[in-house]
Design a binder for this molecule. Structure first.
Ligand SMILES: *Cc1c(COP(=O)(O)O)cnc(C)c1O
Length: 382
């Protein structure tokens, strides 16, 4: 059976360029990047070059790039690191109601420690309103964290506008750019953000490597204690192969971003049109305007369908999709994001997300749409 992977928001396959860049650093060039001898210096040189490449890809300085173990760690560092650093200044944080669990649960954890969190609502397309942000700001607000692009419905938030509001009140701004990186071109200096999170495995890099952008001069403390790695900001022996693969994957993604995004969104649009014209009682979740949505994302709610059953049937037919964020599938709670855009629990539970990638073909989009229509009709007739 031909298998079709339409879950690129959960993870992407490793790019061949990234793989070949990584391989020598598992074997001959295995040195610890902190060692003083030649083995160490070889590794350190590769890490520095990777840092430079990543900085160039997002308009940052080399000194502003820190490597972590995943996107989740970068998000935890931003939220908890800021809280720890600024707790005497204030204990109020503003975020959105549609954040990834890495930000959301970090905020929940801080609530237990006495911090107050405002979870901004979103409209039916998933947008945070700048007015709502303005109104939520207090004397004791120390951080605003709003994601760049949503992993479930693809909404691209007005990050620059939100960041400008934060700064007009002297408040730090973080964005979770895990889904946006490699899909949307941005420059951290133009955005103005103080902190930004990325994850390599979402842009055809290896799993287990995160990047944390922290602008120079920003004083938020080290998050992982131990050795002096990452300029004494993040302990732990450097993941040289992972870092080398991350830089290679990001450079490849950025070099091809226009071509790839146009191709991926054309597959997505073809698929969406086919599904919407082939089925009744379907809601296409997320922004109407394609420019405000990630190129890869198609999220639907099918009336009278259990999303989990649909996923199961699709999987049997060789099609991999998701009922929302991978972290929440398996649990019965309806998606927080889908509830936040105003769906009721039943409709939210009848939702499935398809996310396309650069290796998908038009034939796959065609087959997947046919199979989806067939399966929804079958489940509805049962
Ligand atoms: C995948 C994802 C993360 C977590 O990244 P990991 O590297 O898997 O920990 C965080 N935020 C968003 C928006 C994501 O899609």
């Amino acid at each position: 059976m031909e298998r079709i992977y339409l879950d690129h928001a959960a993870t992407t396959p490793l790019s061949k360029t990234a793989l070949s860049a990584m391989l020598p650093y598992f074997t001959e060039l295995f040195g610890n990047a902190s060692s003083q001898h030649n083995f160490g210096r070889e590794a350190e040189k590769a890490v520095n070059a990777s840092r430079q490449t990543i900085a160039e890809c997002i308009g940052a300085k080399e000194s502003e790039i820190y490597f972590t173990s995943c996107g989740s760690e970068s998000d935890n560092w931003a939220v908890k690191g800021t809280a720890l650093e600024l707790k005497e200044k204030g204990r109020h944080i503003i975020t959105s109601s549609v954040e990834h669990p890495a930000v959301y649960e970090s905020c929940k954890e801080l609530e237990k420690l006495g911090f107050e969190i405002t979870y901004l609502p979103v409209d039916k397309e998933g947008f945070v309103s700048p007015e709502d942000l303005e109104n939520a700001i207090r004397e004791d607000t120390i951080l605003i964290s709003v994601m760049f692009a949503n992993n479930e419905i693809g909404t691209i938030e007005p990050v620059k506008e939100l960041c400008d509001i934060a700064h007009s009140h002297g408040i730090l701004f973080h964005t979770d750019a895990v889904q946006a990186t490699g899909a949307v071109l941005y420059n951290v200096k133009e955005l103005g953000v103080d902190m930004l999170s990325m994850s390599a495995h979402k842009f055809y890099g290896p799993k287990g490597v995160g990047v944390f952008y922290k602008r120079d001069g920003l004083k938020i403390g080290r998050f992982l204690n131990g050795g002096e790695q990452e300029r004494a900001q993040r302990a732990g022996t450097t993941n040289t192969p992972g870092i080398v693969g991350t830089a290679a994957a990001l450079k490849e993604a950025i070099d091809n971003i226009e071509k790839d995004s146009a191709y991926i969104s054309s597959l997505r649009d073809y698929f969406v049109n086919k599904v919407m014209s082939g089925l009744s009682d379907v809601i296409y979740n997320g922004p109407e305007n394609g420019n405000d949505r990630l190129p890869n994302n198609a999220s639907f709610s099918f009336k009278g369908i259990e999303g989990e059953s649909l996923l199961f049937s699709l999987d049997l037919a060789g099609i991999a999709a998701s009922s929302g964020s991978a972290c929440s599938s398996g649990s019965v709670d309806p998606s927080r994001t889908l509830m936040a855009i105003g769906l009721n629990a039943g409709t939210a539970n009848g939702s499935v997300r398809f996310t396309f990638g650069k290796n998908n073909t038009k034939e796959e989009a065609d087959t997947a749409a046919d199979e989806l229509i067939k399966t929804v009709n079958r489940l509805r007739s049962m």
